[in-house]
Design a protein around this ligand. Structure first.
Ligand SMILES: Nc1ncnc2c1ncn2[C@@H]1O[C@H](COP(=O)(O)OP(=O)(O)OP(=O)(O)O)[C@@H](O)[C@H]1O
Length: 575
């Protein structure tokens, strides 16, 4: 947790004021038994009503003052903890965004969500409690011991032993539980993963009647977390009673020796009442301290998980140069590129080379798993090539800033995702400064103008993930969003698979007409989508098995010819 102290920057005043006000409250609390002792030993003993009334009023004033001080302390603690939590979550989120896809996949998406949300909240709660109790509880506990020593040495020693035994119990408990809390948080990651997978794939799940199997699997995951929580709860449940036993043993000793002392006149009744009151206060504070330790154990387990994310440095460094499409240089070039996924068995792409000039088109075709999407990911620099180089405007993408690269090269992925908001807000993801006319032009090119009209215009609502749109509508809006950015290189990765053939053909014609200067890569398994491209790249099991025009490949690439023959009639192939 200590490593996260940087998020307290700018709030050092609250860091000091919050515990100080809590101390002040504790001080007032410690004075109460002394006033009470005076009331018993002087006011009641001498039957002095005025004395009792005056000290009673003093107690009320002290109570009101303590209340005001407590509220102020609470205000500082809450302000501090919420500022800390917000800064931590912001920075964590920003850091996760700076990681490459590979880093995110290695860490795990579900665990990142738990760490940004649940873990950071646990740290925030732990910190809130820490500032409330860190000075107050030890101060009250040891204050009562000191006060007891001042009244009588033997009583003080009895209380000190009881406090030390309780402290040892609490510390031992913290050692045992911190590790267990980390396991509980890991279990929560699994629950989140199962929940997201099931919710995202709910239709498939129903179609395959997998509800019962998935429900059983989910119950098993949830049960693991529950049993870990119960086991940790069983240990926690022991701490309070053990603390009670230790302190009450101290109380028995105090009453035992204190009774003798009162009898022989070494101690007054008021002093004994004050001592008993101190022991009760020490007990309450130790219980609070126990709760603090429980929260800190959780918080420290969560802080460690958060630090693991911060310690994951982005595996891809940003280059220093801005991406520009220099005249004369290919807009995009793959120079003998091979790539293997971190957990992949072999090359997902192997020795791929091509050059694409501005304004020209490239079709990429191949069977499932042949490496088409991987090629798009490398062009976007979601991953770095294992061998060879990917160049944009003649410069290796590793030398470019990712922001400028992704401004020049735009990708429409297979699964078109929209975000909650309006159609316009989604389109402006592509071009934040795009005017209404630009958006309308992009929509027209993407064959999406009808979609927008049907929904009531640019201000029509888009629900989460765009679920109030059909697959084909989402695809067209996603293409329009990318076109609004006016990219230099446009990659369409199977992004019109949900469109009927006529709309798909109209889309290709519109892109050719409206994006004359843009280099366009169309990735598809459909021959009709790529056959008119200036060049077609054929992939088979990650290997480049052909590069040329439709006619050249028909003549010289058996894999391409086979794909064509499986999809087109002999007449269509020849046409
Ligand atoms: N994130 C990943 N981690 C590990 N292996 C991956 C990952 N993504 C893809 N692969 C593997 O890389 C190979 C190429 O996958 P890719 O998605 O590029 O194929 P594709 O041609 O786009 O397939 P499709 O047409 O079915 O979408 C496949 O063997 C696939 O299993």
């Amino acid at each position: 947790m200590f490593k996260l102290r940087r998020y307290l920057a700018g709030h050092y005043a609250e860091c000091v004021l919050a515990p100080l006000f809590k101390m002040l409250e504790a001080l007032l609390q410690l004075l109460v038994p002394l006033v009470m002792a005076q009331v018993i030993d002087v006011g009641i003993a001498t039957r002095d009503a005025g004395y009792v009334l005056w000290h009673g009023t003093l107690l009320v004033v002290m109570g009101v003052f303590a209340w005001a001080v407590a509220v102020t302390a609470q205000y500082f603690c809450s302000k501090l903890a919420s500022a800390f939590g917000t800064a931590l979550r912001d920075d964590l989120f920003r850091h996760v965004l700076s990681l490459s896809r590979e880093d995110v996949e290695r860490l795990g998406r579900a665990t990142l969500v738990t760490r940004i949300t649940n873990d950071s909240q646990q740290v925030q709660d732990g910190l809130n409690m820490f500032f409330r109790l860190i000075l107050r509880s030890p101060f009250v506990t040891f204050g009562t011991v000191v006060a007891a020593f001042l009244v009588d040495g033997i009583e003080g020693a009895a209380l000190l032993v009881a406090v030390l035994v309780s402290g040892a119990i609490v510390m031992g408990f913290m050692r045992v539980t911190t590790k267990r809390y980390r396991e509980i948080q890991r279990g929560l990651d699994d629950v989140l993963l199962a929940t997201t997978e099931n919710l995202e794939g709910v239709r498939v799940l129903r179609a395959f009647r997998r509800e019962d199997a998935e429900r059983a699997a989910f119950s098993r995951t949830a049960e693991t977390v529950r049993s870990r929580q119960v086991a940790t709860g069983d240990i926690s449940a022991l701490v309070n009673p053990l603390t009670y036993v230790a302190i009450n043993c101290g109380l028995i000793a105090l009453l035992w020796f204190g009774g003798f002392q009162v009898n022989v006149g070494n101690l007054t009744q008021g002093q004994l009442v004050a001592l008993v009151s101190y022991v009760s206060q020490a007990l309450v504070e130790l219980l609070k301290l126990t709760n603090l330790i429980v929260l800190l154990s959780k918080a420290s387990a969560c802080a460690r998980r958060i630090n693991e994310v911060f310690e994951t440095r982005p595996s891809m460094a940003d280059g220093p140069r801005e991406a520009i499409l220099a005249p004369g240089a290919p807009a995009l070039a793959f120079d003998d590129v091979s790539f293997t996924y971190a957990d992949g068995a072999g090359h997902a792409l192997s020795h791929v080379s091509f050059e694409l000039a501005p304004g020209r088109t490239l079709g990429v075709i191949g069977g499932t798993g042949s490496g088409k999407s991987t090629l798009a990911s490398l062009a976007m620099r979601f991953y770095d090539a294992t061998e060879g180089a990917v160049r944009v405007g003649g410069t290796d993408v590793r030398e470019l800033t990712r922001a400028s690269l992704r401004h020049v090269v735009s990708l429409v992925e297979q699964g078109a995702t929209l975000f909650s908001g309006t159609i316009a807000s989604n389109l402006r993801w592509g071009g934040p400064n795009a005017g209404e006319k630009d958006l309308e032009a992009a929509l027209a090119t993407a064959q999406a103008a009808g979609v927008v009209d049907g929904k009531g215009g640019l201000t029509a609502e888009v629900e989460q993930f765009g679920r109030n749109f059909s697959g084909g509508q989402r695809q067209r809006l996603a293409i329009a969003r990318t076109l609004a950015r006016r990219p230099g290189v446009l990659i369409l990765d199977d992004s019109s698979s949900a469109l009927d053939f006529a709309t798909d053909a109209a889309l290709r014609r519109a892109i050719a007409r409206d994006c004359a200067g843009t280099a366009v890569i169309t990735i598809s398994q459909r021959v009709t989508a790529v056959r008119h491209a200036d060049q077609i790249l054929v992939l088979d099991g990650g290997r480049q098995v052909g590069l040329g025009t439709h006619e050249e490949l028909l003549a010289g690439c058996p894999v391409y010819r086979e794909i064509c023959e499986s999809q087109l009639t002999a007449e269509e192939v020849a046409r």
